[in-house]
Design a binder for this molecule. Structure first.
Ligand SMILES: *Cc1c(COP(=O)(O)O)cnc(C)c1O
Length: 402
């Protein structure tokens, strides 16, 4: 893997901020997009723009074929059994809302569900909205001080009232890679379906939804070098086919009359309205791009960067790293002394370093950690050891200023 050749595919990585080379370490918020993906967007607009699925004319057929080819790429990418199980959404957030709303329709007052304390707000709030109508009880699995889920506490929660489990695969704050296969096995022993929020996993690790035996699995294109506004809900066919539609409109119907409307087959039943076929096509190009680099190479490079950054940061006086699991990916959340995360972020930006600060859409986790926010650096395979050095030196420099 030639990192400098790869970086050439991402024009933004050559930008300067205040005269300093940009060091982009905010990949967990969104990743950058290579030329081939942007070229696919142009190509769709210049050559294939037509509404999909109902057209008899040539370009409508082309647009449909390109969109459906992406569905097949996604199926292969996560090893789903069938393209009927691949639903395009606006992102992970919409995918989780779809399940909370449609699967949630089958839940009743008194039912209980399990989340964890490390969930992103998008895997908390949809369930709270459902809770408003259904009076569900939400249980929260705690973590230990390294940021690992307490698996005994998790298993102890199961009673006959537990109806659903929704857990993140990888924490966007701690970097912890959760034992999702085991989490699913335990839930299935009690006949309970599981949704996995894969927003932070899909860009970095091989996902096999059949091996995991996940009932639902969600992720976002924009964190996978693709465009924003596209995401995927994978659902087992037997689950999806019994669920009520999420939204109504065109594309999702069989027959409409004012007496009785029937719904389209999967996956279209859950795709109301004209889809973002341009974004979907570009997401297909992003998946091709990931495959051309290789997920193993991506993971190796990111671990190299994580290890280097962690050991360099640990040398800084007053450094506190949140998330020290043995099983973590390329995310480091930290604070130095009593320097506010926002102040650290602003000063790093002046040195060209782009990191995220604040609560990272995980306020319950911040409360558990006893902080209001952290500074978060997150790596992608196109980051270099030179950038890691620049980053840790900049943190040390800011630390000295206080
Ligand atoms: C980013 C993220 C989400 C939300 O993804 P969107 O693309 O904003 O819908 C959900 N969960 C986790 C763990 C995330 O990192």
């Amino acid at each position: 893997m030639n990192i400098y050749e790869i970086r050439g595919q991402f024009p933004i990585l050559s930008r300067k901020i205040d005269g300093k080379p940009l060091v982009y370490l905010d990949n967990a918020a969104t990743s950058q997009t290579p030329r081939c993906v942007v070229e696919t967007i142009n190509d769709m607009y210049f050559n294939h723009k037509s509404n999909v699925h109902r057209g008899v004319h040539t370009i409508s057929q082309e647009a449909t074929d390109i969109m459906e080819a992406t569905r097949e790429k996604v199926r292969q990418f996560i090893n789903a059994q069938s393209t009927s199980e691949i639903i395009f959404t606006r992102g992970t957030t919409e995918a989780i809302n779809l399940v909370a709303s449609s699967y949630g329709d089958s839940l009743y007052t008194g039912d209980e569900i399990i989340l964890t304390v490390m969930e992103h707000h998008s895997n908390i709030v949809p369930w709270q909205l459902l809770q408003r109508n259904k009076r569900l009880k939400i249980h929260v699995v705690p973590i230990d001080n390294d940021g690992n889920l307490d698996m005994n506490a998790y298993e102890d929660l199961f009673t006959e009232n537990i109806r659903f489990v929704a857990v993140t695969h990888v924490s966007n704050v701690l970097g912890t890679i959760n034992p999702v296969k085991e989490i699913i096995q335990i839930a299935h022993r009690y006949g309970v379906p599981v949704l996995i929020d894969g927003a932070q996993a899909a860009p970095h690790t091989k996902i096999d939804v059949q091996d995991l035996d996940a009932d639902f699995y969600c992720f976002s294109s924009h964190k996978m070098y693709g465009p924003a506004g596209i995401g995927v809900l994978y659902g087992k066919e037997k689950r999806l086919s019994r669920m009520v539609p999420y939204q109504g409109g065109g594309e999702m119907i069989g027959n409409v009359s004012f007496e009785k409307t029937t719904f389209a087959e999967l996956p279209f039943k859950f795709e109301a309205g004209t889809p973002d076929f341009v974004g979907i096509a570009a997401f297909g190009a992003a998946i091709d791009y990931i495959n051309s680099i290789g997920l193993d190479n991506i993971a190796d490079q990111e671990l190299l960067l994580l290890d280097a950054a962690t050991s360099q940061l640990m040398e800084i006086e007053g450094m506190r790293i949140f998330g020290t699991s043995d099983n973590k990916n390329g995310v480091i959340s930290f604070l130095v002394g009593d320097i506010n995360s926002y102040d650290m972020g602003v000063l790093l930006d002046k040195l060209g370093i782009a990191v995220r600060t604040g609560h990272h859409c995980a306020q319950p986790l911040m409360k558990r950690l006893g902080v209001t926010g952290t500074v978060r650096a997150s790596f992608a395979f196109y980051n270099t050891l030179e950038e890691v050095n620049a980053f840790t030196q900049a943190v040390a420099r800011v630390a000295k200023m206080f």
